[in-house]
Each structure stands twice: as structure tokens, then as C-alpha cells.
Design a binder for this molecule. Structure first.
Ligand SMILES: NC(=O)c1ccc[n+]([C@@H]2O[C@H](COP(=O)([O-])OP(=O)(O)OC[C@H]3O[C@@H](n4cnc5c(N)ncnc54)[C@H](OP(=O)(O)O)[C@@H]3O)[C@@H](O)[C@H]2O)c1
Length: 402
């Protein structure tokens, strides 16, 4: 890109788009102009000059003078259309849309390679925490063994308040919705699906594996009760919704589920809407990154950082992905990289014993029954947990134990 101000086209002017707009106007270094903003709803009142707004994506995508398309919309398929068209036009793209990126990762990777353009997306996982570029660059030659993270601020906020205020899930969720910490439809956050898309993206940059989000287990916090939190407190533990990605001899164990976290764990201290990611490498040992994982300005600042990186021709090298693809050759797309055949120790709270027959229980370590709650701690076949994924009928609360 030349010395002139770079020309940005924004898609979306909601939470993230407006956050970017604000941080851009506070940036003293980045020389960038917003050429146009594409949005959807003509009836909405906007805080910017009408001349900047368009409702027709083609008026932007057909322009030759746009240096960077910044995609921040909440429609997965339309976001994919916009981003792929921009890449085919050889326009660099910044995106924050984790669901779109994780769902369409393979074609988006191929488009970048084919057209020699950049698609970068630091804002899509961990909000303001610069984790993707760190995994991509800093841990380039490092033998990374695992990463674990709290990647969703809404669930962490709910769990923190339940614990500190001794409240039940529904009460805190309703408060969080009133305060803007949770969506009116909170499913994406509380089911662990939002965390799932993020961990799929992190797995690409940590290990070079492209996983299909629908094949990765995600269990959420919808069934958590204050009884579970009290049990954790008695053991000096905290319940967190944890994304895990670890390399093993047999593949990659990647999943999202509630987990008891010990007091000496760095993630234990990550409270309220904050996110935390712990990365473990053979030589670097454990390192933890924390920060605001979402929100208008934190995400806007990650998007701004990506735009700035494009001014010095930054793009992801995908070295680990390319190395793995080379190693496996044609078998890359057919090799089952996701490891699901192992046992995991879990706490399962249940209402009646019959519910436990859903799970492949291999060894019961502890059993507790009382009029107020029943639980077991057991080693269960990991694959059997998939029956609980997206299962609206499920009332079991399952939480992993180290
Ligand atoms: N919010 C966060 O903290 C956060 C953090 C990280 C990543 N993200 C991701 O960033 C993306 C945007 O999130 P958000 O929270 O900013 O969403 P949002 O507040 O709901 O705003 C969405 C924006 O997208 C626009 N839009 C929707 N469909 C469109 C279309 N077909 N063409 C043009 N514009 C369209 C909407 O237009 P109107 O204004 O006309 O409705 C709106 O401006 C999502 O993928 C989200 O997952 C969000």
C-alpha cells in the first residue's frame, strides 16, 4: 500500500463497527479513511453522515480504490459472500466474524492462497487479546502442546456473579441481559457455541488443524445451578467454561465444556467479562494472556490493529497448517485429526438415575445423593458426551475435572 491514506470499506455498523469507528478516530498513527459503510436496515438512524452509508454491497465490492474490506456483520452466509468476493477481487480483508470464519475456513484459506491476498481476524477470538497473531508468529517454531481458555465473556460474567452473589443461573442471566452483558437470545454464548468457533480458529493457528465446528463437542452452562458452584467453592475450585485444544499422540483433543479450575490456575482469577488464554509449549512452559474478550471498543481495537498490520503487508503465513498439509498430502482432508476416543473425568449432577444411562460410564470415583442434589464423579467415554450437545431436553450438568 502507498503513502496515501488507506481506503476502508466497512460492512456492518453495529457493536463492533461503531467500536472500530471510535477507535479509528482516536488513532494518531493509522492514516485511514472510511470510504463507505454498508449496512442492512434503511430504517435505522445512524450516528454518521448519510453520505457514508450504503445498503448495496455491490457499490463497494465493485470499487477498485478500496484497500481493505472490514467485515463486521452478523449474518454468516452473507459475510462469507462478501469476504470471498473481496478476496477474489484481490482486496485484503479484516473480519471479526468467528462463526463465518470457522464454518468456511477451508475455502477462505484456499482463496487467500489462490489470489495472494490477506484475510486477518484478530478480533474474532479473545477480543482485545492479541492471541491469533501470537500463536501464528511467536509460537511459530515452538512445540506447542496445548491451549486452554475462557473465550466467552458472557458465560464468565454469569458464573462469576452466581458464585460471588450466591444466585441461581436464571436470575443472573436476566440481570446480564438487562445490563447488556448477555443477548436477548443468549443461546450462542451459554451453549458454548461461540467459544467453539473461537477454539476452532485458535486450533488452526496453534496446531495447523482445520476442524469442522459441527464435529467438535461443545457443552454449555445452561444447566449449572448454585449447588454446583457451592460444591466447587467447598473444594476451593471455580467453574469456568473452558475451551481446550491439546495435541496428543493420536491427534488433537479439542472441545468446549464447563470445567472445575483450581485456585493455583491462572484462569481461576479471570472473572466477570474478562477472557483468559493459557498456552503451553515444550520450552516456553505456561503463559497466560488476559483481557476483555468482547465488546465494542476492545473488539474495535483488535480490528484496528489488523488494519494497521495490513499497512506493512502482514498476512498469516499458516506455516503450521501448510506443514501439516504437506506431511499428510491428499490424506489431509480425510485424516481424522480430532481425537474423540478417550475417557474423561467428569462431575455429573442428575435428577434421576435413569439419565446416567445416556453416558458411557467406565469408572465411578465418587457418588453423592441427597434430597437437594445427586451427583457422581466418574470416568466416562468422551464420545458419549456428544449426546448432550445441542440437546434441548438435557438436564444433566456435566463439568470436567482435572
Ligand atoms: N459484539 C462483540 O463484542 C463481538 C466480538 C467479536 C466478534 N464479533 C463478531 O462481529 C460480527 C458483528 O458483531 P456485532 O456485535 O457488531 O453485531 P451487531 O451489533 O448485531 O451489528 C451487525 C451489523 O451488521 C449489519 N448487517 C447485517 N446483515 C448485513 C448485510 N447483509 N449487509 C450489510 N450489513 C449487514 C447490521 O446492519 P444494520 O445496522 O442495518 O442492522 C449491523 O450494522 C459478528 O460476526 C460477531 O460474531 C462481535
Amino acid at each position: 500500500m502507498s503513502e496515501k491514506n488507506i481506503q476502508l470499506a466497512l460492512f456492518g455498523f453495529g457493536c463492533v463497527g461503531q467500536g472500530l469507528y471510535d477507535v479509528l478516530h482516536h488513532s494518531e498513527v493509522l492514516q485511514a479513511d472510511i470510504a463507505k459503510i454498508c449496512v442492512k436496515d434503511p430504517s435505522k438512524k445512524r450516528s454518521v453522515d448519510d453520505a457514508l452509508i450504503t445498503f448495496d454491497k455491490n457499490t463497494i465490492l465493485d470499487r477498485k480504490d478500496i484497500d481493505v474490506v472490514v467485515e463486521m456483520i452478523n449474518d454468516t452466509d452473507e459475510a462469507f459472500n462478501i469476504v470471498s468476493r473481496a478476496l477474489k477481487n484481490k482486496t485484503n480483508v479484516v473480519s471479526a466474524s468467528k462463526k463465518m470464519l470457522a464454518t468456511y475456513f477451508e475455502p477462505l484459506f484456499l482463496l487467500q492462497e489462490e489470489h495472494g491476498v490477506a484475510l486477518i481476524y484478530e478480533g474474532s477470538a479473545g477480543g482485545s487479546i492479541p492471541i491469533i497473531r501470537t500463536l501464528e508468529e511467536y509460537y511459530d517454531n515452538e512445540l506447542l502442546s496445548s491451549l486452554r481458555g475462557i473465550l466467552n465473556g458472557t458465560t464468565n460474567y454469569i458464573l462469576s456473579r452466581m458464585e460471588l452473589e450466591h444466585k441461581e443461573y436464571n436470575e443472573v442471566l436476566a440481570d446480564a441481559q438487562r445490563e447488556g452483558f448477555a443477548e436477548i437470545d443468549p443461546w450462542l454464548d451459554v451453549s458454548g457455541a461461540d467459544t467453539l468457533y473461537k477454539v476452532c480458529l485458535l486450533a488452526v493457528h496453534a496446531f495447523g488443524v482445520i476442524l469442522k465446528p459441527e464435529e467438535v463437542l461443545h457443552l454449555g452452562i445452561q444447566q449449572v445451578s448454585f449447588n454446583d458452584i457451592r460444591y466447587a467453592r467447598e473444594k476451593n475450585l471455580r467453574i469456568k467454561l473452558i475451551a481446550s485444544a491439546a495435541k496428543t499422540e493420536n491427534g488433537y483433543r479439542v472441545f468446549v465444556m464447563p470445567r472445575f479450575v483450581r485456585a493455583d490456575d491462572e484462569l481461576y482469577k479471570v472473572m466477570y467479562e474478562y477472557n483468559g488464554i493459557e498456552v503451553e509449549g515444550a520450552f516456553s512452559c505456561k503463559q497466560t494472556f488476559t483481557g476483555k474478550g468482547a465488546g465494542s471498543h476492545p473488539t474495535g481495537s483488535a480490528v484496528l490493529s489488523d488494519i494497521s498490520a495490513l499497512t506493512y503487508q502482514y498476512r498469516y503465513g499458516y506455516k503450521k497448517l501448510k506443514k501439516l498439509k504437506k506431511q499428510l498430502g491428499d490424506a489431509y482432508s480425510t485424516t481424522p485429526l480430532l481425537e474423540t476416543d478417550f475417557a474423561i473425568r467428569v462431575y455429573v449432577r442428575y435428577e434421576n438415575q435413569d439419565q446416567l444411562s445416556l453416558l458411557d460410564i467406565r469408572h465411578v470415583v465418587e457418588e453423592y445423593r441427597s434430597p437437594s442434589m445427586n451427583f457422581i464423579i466418574a470416568d466416562v467415554g468422551f464420545q458419549s458426551l456428544y449426546v448432550l450437545k445441542d440437546n434441548a431436553q438435557n438436564t444433566l450438568f456435566v463439568c470436567a475435572i482435572d
